[in-house]
Write a protein that binds this ligand. Structure first.
Ligand code: BGC
Length: 809
């Protein structure tokens, strides 16, 4: 199978929701799961359509407490298209399936399904379907269904319209929570071909207009079967009945125009939906433009990898999802990038720190998109300032989970499906999100040198988060160092000390190091801002000399806990926790990824044990190169021996259950230069994580975009050693044995270049463009690269200069 196709053979009801999530089509503005046309939410199917960043907030009472949750809203179902013969449905659920193939064409962004069915009368019919969500026109999508009666003639009934009877019910463990988010405003027949449904979200009061046009063809020629209107308050469709002849092909073509009251460049959602649909081309014309738009994305963002079979295809699928979630249609939408894409309802479409894993794959190809995503944070600075103030801190404290307005959206109660119990959820204490955001701002600046962005927006984000860290850190006299108390690290298994009444842990190493790093960057930002802007910002934010001096001091005197043996402790007191009996749990349970749920169901808690959900302290080796880490620890005044890194990785690796898909990405990365086999094992797990749904049921609820993008990033940055630091773009390739060649395009400071790596050579060719040179470094060599020129390095001659430890460069 070509590595541009993702194909499934056979109809497998129990895999259908997984396929729906993986075959979601989207364009950065909206997305529709790959559900069968005409299917409704049930055990097998879940048609879902989501508009980026469209949320609604509802309350539910559980155990006498009212909890509020904000969800990305499942919108009216435009895929509603049913076929009937003699009153009986003609689809894979209700008839005998003789042949069935579903295929996602990654190059063109088209999902197709072909099947041959035999009904209860023994009549055979072939049905083929194609659909896309236009990458060329953000408000449009199209579906085409062709029916051929193979050995019979008779009548077919088609119903095609928009079904507003939808709720948010995909995720089983959320089903006790309020799932109704829409009220219905209007259904209307626009003309003989088009119908319209208008709904409104209950709390956020966003108006949604979906207008669809249905046309019919016989062997390619338009036909006009008689239609009747099926109109109810919450759904509307045209019903057509027409005669069919054995062996002839009948095509139904449906085009959707979707608008909301939050859109730009509109008069009003309903008005524009009708207008856009009236002007919309037919299926083929729309498809042509859509394919060109995808072509352009692949030209910029394709990664060619030669070697291990199958990897290229999955990496393409993951890249595909990345750009379906964030594309040029995301620009100015005022949305962040959700952990699960817009492919399902798990994590409610919320924005987490996962952006840290996603931004690198975007910033080197679509820097304007990352800028727009950072603006999502910038616009929510005031809310973050309110949160900081309410908690008694200065600056801006961004929420762990963010939705519409930037308030904390982390759920307060969490259902453990293993025990059926609702327990308290303290994961909002993951203050390290306030390091991920400035880290992304800084990376954006390193790659783009976009000074306007830094001046106007980025600097304020860095200074305000630095200020938060500065006020959160407390001085401990006995240590002569600053501490951060009562937080949670990326490892969400640990929420509190064993038997403690209050949640939170002290001196999470990752958090403390990142806080120091943010404070240090804030000092850098103040250095590099032009005098006038620095003055404006300091005055606007009322930052005085004393506060800046305190930042400097904290950045140098932050406490980092170590075990006696030189290993960084995940948090203070970690070494006093009990060892988990891994052998027992492995023997007793088939799947021990979610040790938190297992332990809670046993009446125990992971708080007592040395067991991590995912990389926590080890995140430092993922985010920073060996040189940067040495600088960081030197600045902090801690002895730093890179030779200890492998031991530290082993230490935590043996105590991690990888309950988050992000964990495989991080471990593959940090092992890549010292333990190629181990690294490949995790790379392979990352590749498999969504396509094989390795967490057993989570992917159907929404793909894991952080792990997908992280997998792509392993190819893009980890194996090439790509790093933008200072004013130099560094490359330090080290291909896994499984790959013979890797090539991709990246943009650095307005220069597009083609990078090609084999085990022997590194080639960097700057494409013709703005007349500007950039500096490229490989090992000790730094060379200037002008547009139109190519640099070549002999990898055999000069081996990578990285120490033989585990860090990424
Ligand atoms: C992980 C977090 C992640 C979140 C959303 C959780 O399972 O522990 O690190 O941000 O999923 O992907």
């Amino acid at each position: 199978m070509s590595s541009w196709y993702f194909r499934y053979e056979g109809f497998e009801p129990d895999k259908e929701k997984l396929r729906e999530a993986l075959c979601t089509l989207g364009n950065g503005y909206f997305a529709t799961r790959g559900a069968a046309p005409g299917s409704v939410a049930n055990e097998v199917h879940y048609p879902g359509t989501y508009r980026a960043g469209l949320y609604d907030r509802q309350g539910t009472t559980i155990n006498d407490t009212t909890v509020e949750n904000e969800d990305v809203v499942n919108l009216p179902n435009w895929l509603w298209l049913t076929l009937r013969v003699d009153g009986r449905p003609l689809d894979a659920d209700s008839t005998e399936v003789l042949e069935y193939t579903q295929e996602l064409d990654l190059a063109r962004g088209v999902l197709s399904r072909t099947m041959r069915l035999r009904d209860s009368q023994g009549r055979e019919t072939s049905i083929s379907e194609r659909r896309f969500v236009s990458m060329a026109s953000r408000h449009l999508a199209a579906l085409q269904v062709t029916v051929t009666p193979l050995d019979w003639s008779g009548q077919i009934e088609v119903v095609s319209g928009v079904d507003g009877r939808v709720q948010n019910t995909l995720v089983e463990r959320y089903r006790e929570l309020e799932s109704q988010h829409l009220e219905h405003e209007l259904t209307e027949e626009i003309d003989d071909e088009c119908v319209l449904l208008v709904a409104r979200t209950l709390q956020s009061r966003i108006r949604i207009a979906e207008a669809v046009r249905t046309r019919f063809y016989e062997n390619g020629d338009g036909i006009e079967p008689e239609r009747t209107l099926e109109q109810e308050e919450d759904r509307i469709a045209h019903k057509a009945l027409f005669d069919v002849e054995e062996g002839e092909a009948y095509t139904i073509e449906k085009v959707l125009a979707l608008f909301t009251s939050r859109d730009h460049a509109i008069s009003e959602a309903v008005y524009d939906a009708r207008r856009t649909l009236a002007h919309a081309d037919g299926f083929d014309g729309l498809l042509d433009a859509h394919v060109v738009a995808w072509d352009h994305i692949w030209e910029r963002c394709g990664i060619e990898v030669e070697g291990r079979d199958g990897t290229a295809r999955v990496v393409r699928l993951y890249t595909f999802h990345l750009f379906q979630t964030a594309s040029s249609h995301t620009l100015d939408l005022d949305v962040g990038i959700p952990a699960r894409g817009w492919t399902g309802e798990a994590y409610r479409g919320h924005i987490f720190w996962d952006e840290l894993f996603i931004f690198p794959t975007l910033v080197y190809r679509f820097p304007e998109v990352t800028r727009s995503l950072l603006m999502y944070r910038y616009r929510r600075l005031d809310e973050a300032r309110v949160a900081a103030k309410k908690a008694g801190y200065a600056g801006a404290m961004f929420p762990w989970q963010s939705g519409s307005n930037g308030e904390e959206e982390t759920q307060e109660l969490h259902l453990n499906p293993k025990s059926g119990r609702w327990t308290r959820d303290d994961s909002h204490r993951q203050r390290h999100i306030n390091a991920a955001i400035p880290y992304n701002v800084w990376q954006h600046f390193q790659v783009t040198n976009d000074r306007d962005f830094l001046d106007f927006y980025g600097a304020e984000l860095i200074l305000e988060t630095a200020r938060f860290w500065g006020s959160l850190a407390e001085y401990d006299r006995s240590r002569g160092r600053y501490e951060i108390l009562g937080v949670m690290g990326p490892d969400e298994f640990h929420e509190a000390y064993p038997d403690a009444e209050e949640p939170g842990l002290d001196n999470n190493a990752y958090t403390n190091v990142m806080a120091s790093w943010v404070l240090w960057r804030a000092l850098d930002v103040l250095e590099i801002l032009p005098e006038q802007r620095r003055h404006e910002l300091l005055e606007h934010l009322s930052i005085g000399r004393e506060e800046i001096d305190r930042w400097r001091e904290i950045s140098q005197k932050m406490f980092v806990p170590f075990h006696g043996d030189g290993i960084i402790s995940q948090f203070e007191g970690w070494e006093e926790l009990e060892e988990l009996d891994w052998k027992r749990y492995r023997e007793e349970y088939d799947d021990i990824h979610r040790m938190d749920r297992i332990l809670e169901a046993e009446g125990d808690t992971p708080d007592r044990y040395k067991v991590s959900k995912q990389a926590d302290a080890l995140m430092l080796f993922f985010l920073f190169s060996a040189e940067e880490l040495t600088e960081i620890f030197e600045r902090l005044g801690y002895p730093w021996d890179p030779e200890a890194i492998p031991e530290m990785i082993d230490y935590y690796l043996h105590r991690t259950s990888h309950g988050s898909t992000l964990s495989s990405v991080v471990h593959s990365w940090i092992l890549s230069r010292r333990n190629r086999e181990g690294s490949w094992h995790f790379f392979y797990r990352a590749v498999e994580s969504d396509v094989s749904d390795i967490q057993g049921g989570t992917t159907p609820e929404g793909i894991h975009l952080g792990a997908m993008a992280g997998t792509v990033d392993l190819l893009l940055r980890c194996y090439s050693g790509l790093e933008a630091r200072g004013d130099v773009l560094r490359l330090n390739p080290s291909l896994p044995d499984e790959f013979s060649c890797l090539s991709f395009r990246v943009q650095y400071r307005n220069v597009w270049m083609q990078v090609k790596v084999t085990s022997e050579r590194l080639e960097v060719a700057a494409l013709p463009g703005w007349e500007k040179s950039i500096d490229i470094a490989y090992g000790d060599e730094t060379e200037s690269l002008a547009p139109g020129r190519t640099l070549e390095f002999d990898l055999k001659k000069q081996p990578p200069t990285a120490p033989k430890d585990a860090t990424r460069n």
